[in-house]
Design a binder for this molecule. Structure first.
Ligand code: PLP
Length: 434
C-alpha cells in the first residue's frame, strides 16, 4: 500500500492530536537507518524520539525479546513475579547516580515515571508541593501536564491542572551561553528566594523535578553552577531532588546518565525511552527508604515492568556497556558540535549550537534572532528529501537523537545532507527576498 493510501486511512481513522513530524510510514529499520513503505531509506536522527540509543532492532535486544516471548509474555508483577523484573531493578539500583541502597519500581511511560516519583516523594516527606521548571517537559497525563512548563501544544485547553505545582524560571538555570559561575549562582539563588518568599515555603515542598538537559524545552543543558545551587537548596530544606533522565539517559549525554556529568547526587531518577530499546518501559529508582514509603498497593499497574520489556532492557544495558555507547555519544557529539558551529557561522538563520554528548541542538531563527518554527519545518522537509529524518524541540530547535550505533559514514552523510538542506533553505530565502 502506498504512503498516500496509508495517509488517507490515517486521516479518517485517527485524530490529529497524536502529531506526526512527517507524512511518513515506516516499514522496517535497522541500526541508524529506517525505510518507508515506498522503500526510501533515511538516516534516523530521531531514534523514535530518543528511544533507540542502541539502534533499531539491535540483534541482542531482538534475541532477548524472542527468548522471553517463548517463556512468559505477561503475568502481571502483582500476580506472579518473574526474575527479569528483579534482575533489572538490581542492575539499575547499582547504576543510577543515587547514593544507595536503592530500590526500583517499573511503569510503562515517562509520564507515569514522573507521576509516581512525585507520589513517592509526597508520601515519604509528608509534604504536598512539587516544583518544576518553565520549559520543562514531564509528560501528557494530568500531573505530567501540570509539571510541564510549556503551554502550546502541551497544556492549552486541557485545564484545570493538578494543584500544588510551583514553577521556577528556566533562564537562570538553563540559559544558553558562557556565564560566570558566580553570576549563575546569584541568579539561581534569587529565583529560589523569590519562589520561597511569594509562592511556597521550602518546608512545604516534597520534591523538585529537573531535567539535566531540557529535552522538549530546547536541548538546553543545566548550568553546572545551577546544579550545585539546586542540590544545596534541596539538602538544606529536606526537598527531594528528582532527576528526569527520560530523554537524557542511557548514554545519550556521554555518560550512562546525564546527571553523572554534574556534581549531583539526586534522591531519585526517572527513566524511560531508551531503557528498553523500543519496548514501553519506565522506571523510578531512588533511595530505599523513600521508595518504601508508599503503602502496599499504592504504587504499581497491570503492565508495569512487563517481562518482555525487562528482558529487552537487560540486553540494552549489556549493549551500552559492551559497545561503549556512552563514549561513542561523546565522540558523536564532538563531530556534531563542530558541524553545528560551522552552520551557525555560515547561516544567519542558524544560531546557538549547544548540547551535552550526542544530545545537541541548534536554533532556527528569523528576523532579529526570533524563533522561527516555520523555517525549521522547511529545513526538516529539505533534510527528509535528502534522506535525513530529523525533528525539532520547542518548535525551532533542530535536535539530534540519532542511535549511538550510527557509523562514522552514516553520521558524515547525515550531516552533509543537513548542510545541503541549509544551503537550499538559504537559496530559497534569497529568492523570496529578491
Ligand atoms: N520526561 C522527559 C524529560 C521527556 O522527554 C518525556 C518525553 O518526551 C517524558 C518525561 C514523558 O515520557 P512519555 O512520552 O514516555 O510519557
Amino acid at each position: 500500500m502506498s504512503q498516500q493510501d496509508l495517509l488517507d486511512r490515517r486521516e479518517k481513522a485517527i485524530p490529529r492530536g497524536p502529531f506526526n513530524i512527517a507524512p511518513l510510514f515506516a516499514s522496517r529499520a535497522e541500526g541508524a537507518r529506517l525505510w518507508d513503505t515506498d522503500g526510501k531509506e533515511y538516516i534516523d536522527f530521531c531514534g523514535g524520539i530518543g528511544v533507540l540509543n542502541v539502534g533499531h532492532n539491535h540483534p541482542d535486544v531482538v534475541a532477548a525479546i524472542k527468548r522471553q516471548a517463548d517463556l512468559l509474555i505477561h503475568s502481571s508483577w502483582h500476580v506472579a513475579m518473574y526474575e527479569p523484573y528483579v534482575e533489572l531493578a538490581e542492575r539499575l539500583n547499582d547504576l543510577v547516580p543515587v547514593p544507595g541502597p536503592n530500590k526500583t519500581v517499573f511503569f510503562n511511560s515517562g509520564a507515569e515515571a514522573g507521576e509516581n516519583a512525585a507520589k513517592i516523594c509526597r508520601v515519604a516527606t509528608g509534604r504536598q508541593a512539587l516544583v518544576a521548571f518553565e520549559r520543562g517537559f514531564h509528560g501528557r497525563t494530568l500531573l505530567g501536564m501540570s509539571l510541564t512548563g510549556k503551554v502550546n501544544p502541551y497544556t492549552a485547553g486541557f485545564g484545570p491542572f493538578a494543584p500544588e505545582v510551583y514553577r521556577l524560571p528556566w533562564e537562570p538555570f538553563f540559559r544558553f551561553g558562557e556565564r560566570a559561575d558566580e553570576d549563575v549562582e546569584r541568579e539561581c539563588r534569587e529565583a529560589l528566594a523569590h519562589l520561597f518568599a511569594y509562592h511556597i515555603e521550602p518546608t512545604g515542598i516534597a520534591c523538585v523535578m529537573v531535567e539535566p538537559v531540557l529535552g522538549e524545552g530546547g536541548f538546553l543543558p543545566l548550568h553546572p553552577a545551577a546544579a550545585r545551587v539546586l542540590q544545596q537548596t534541596c539538602r538544606e530544606h529536606g526537598i527531594m531532588y528528582i532527576s528526569d533522565e527520560v530523554q537524557s539517559g542511557f548514554g545519550r549525554c556521554g555518560a550512562l546518565f546525564a546527571t553523572q556529568r554534574y556534581d549531583l547526587q539526586p534522591d531519585m531518577v526517572m527513566m524511560a525511552k531508551s531503557l528498553a530499546g523500543g519496548l514501553p518501559l519506565s522506571a523510578v529508582t531512588g533511595r530505599a527508604e523513600l521508595m518504601d514509603a508508599p503503602q502496599v498497593g499504592g504504587i504499581g499497574g497491570t503492565f508495569g515492568g512487563n517481562p518482555l520489556a525487562c528482558a529487552a532492557a537487560l540486553a540494552v544495558l549489556d549493549v551500552i556497556e559492551r559497545e561503549g555507547l556512552s563514549q561513542r555519544a561523546e565522540a558523536i557529539g564532538e563531530v556534531v558540535a563542530g558541524r553545528f558551529e560551522q552552520l551557525a557561522q555560515d547561516y544567519d538563520f542558524l544560531a546557538q549550537p549547544r548540547g551535552l554528548g550526542a544530545m545537541r541542538g541548534i536554533d532556527v531563527v528569523g528576523r532579529e534572532g526570533k524563533a522561527d518554527a516555520a523555517l525549521a519545518g522547511r529545513l526538516l522537509v529539505e533534510a527528509r528529501e535528502r534522506g535525513l529524518l530529523m525533528m525539532t524541540a520547542s518548535g525551532n530547535t533542530i535536535r539530534t537523537l540519532m542511535p549511538l550505533v550510527i557509523s562514522d559514514d552514516e553520521l558524515q552523510r547525515a550531516l552533509s545532507a543537513l548542510e545541503q538542506s541549509a544551503a537550499a533553505v538559504a537559496a530559497a530565502i534569497l529568492q523570496e527576498v529578491s
